[in-house]
Design a protein around this ligand. Structure first.
Ligand code: ZN
Length: 321
């Protein structure tokens, strides 16, 4: 009895300690990850999310956002993973320029890039995205994802967090000109998602690649069309950008080298899982037999490699080559 009581007491203390750990990281402002705007060219900037899974402690700051300052308006690329982060991004932009934020281009509708949209919408910013995102926005998957995030990321994502549609849905490529600056908006899907957009600034050769390019961490493949994705990377290489702002990880100035990680990983998934699917080898055996040494040291490997491999296996089983 006494033993039980002491165990109970200990468990209660652990539970209290757990609650303390969960609450304090966001109770103290100094514990929330810093957001610093970094300049990558005369007019382009970005903020860099953590290479981690989203959590209450990091406000879901796990992806990048960019912005470009022109004489007449600021164009933002992606809205970050919670309304509070988007508000912090707007404050970071205010430190750089007093020019109003006029447009926000969504590279794709994954949660960590869009849960901040409502903050920009409330500030009167015009949201531009590819029409293919509508299928996801109207799906059960999007609603279920949001419901799960409201639990997992509270209080940063909560009942007030909404999915926000674009003000302008693109059906193809579009040149946006703001303050004399040209933005080439390029549909790249279906690659990482059906609605992928890349944004290229031709006069400074800066490319905002969204999640077509991951740096320093394992790419998230999900339901991606990896075959088209590899071809899309080749199209991006043909732009001869000198700077790439990826969807995750630090800015890249060695474009060819840094695109290789994403490209090589996708090619490896397709080669190993494609061979297994062709041979009708069970997924589990193929997964165990595959050589992951080149990728297993990368952040996020243990969280998502298996799922990436499984989705690729299903894709290759369905579509072949
Ligand atoms: Zn994504």
């Amino acid at each position: 009895m006494q033993i039980h009581q002491s165990i109970f007491r200990r468990l209660r203390m652990l539970a209290l300690a757990g609650a303390w750990v969960l609450i304090t990281p966001w109770a103290n402002a100094e514990d929330i990850p810093v957001m610093t705007a970094r300049q990558v060219s005369p007019s382009a900037w970005y903020v860099e999310g953590l290479l981690a899974a989203g959590s209450p402690a990091n406000q879901n700051f796990i992806s990048n956002a960019g912005f470009v300052v022109t004489p007449q308006g600021v164009v933002v690329i992606d809205a970050l993973g919670s309304p509070a982060l988007a508000t912090r991004l707007m404050a970071a932009i205010r430190k750089v320029t007093a020019v109003p934020i006029t447009h926000l281009i969504v590279t794709h509708y994954h949660a960590d890039h869009i849960y901040g949209l409502q903050s920009f919408k409330a500030a009167g910013v015009r949201i531009v995205a590819h029409r293919a995102a509508l299928a996801y926005l109207n799906s059960d998957a999007a609603r279920l994802r949001l419901n799960a995030s409201r639990q997992e990321l509270a209080p940063w994502v909560d009942a007030q967090t909404q999915l926000v549609e674009a003000d302008e849905w693109l059906d193809g490529a579009r040149e946006l000109v703001v303050g004399g600056t040209s933005f080439q908006i390029k549909p790249m899907g279906p690659s990482h998602t059906p609605e992928d957009l890349a944004v290229f600034l031709p006069h400074e050769k800066v490319l905002f690649a969204g999640d077509l390019v991951f740096r320093n961490r394992l790419p998230f493949v999900g339901q991606a069309d990896s075959g088209h994705w590899v071809r899309a990377l080749d199209d991006l290489l043909a732009l001869h950008a000198t700077v790439i702002v990826p969807g995750h990880g630090p800015v890249s100035k060695d474009v060819l080298e840094d695109m290789q990680l994403t490209r090589a990983y996708l090619a490896h998934l397709r080669a190993t899982m494609g061979q297994a699917a062709k041979n009708m080898e069970p997924f589990e055996e193929a997964y165990q037999a595959a050589d992951w040494t080149r990728f297993e040291q990368l952040p996020m490997f243990r969280f998502i490699n298996r799922m990436n491999a499984y989705n690729t296996y299903l894709l290759m089983e369905r579509d072949g080559n």
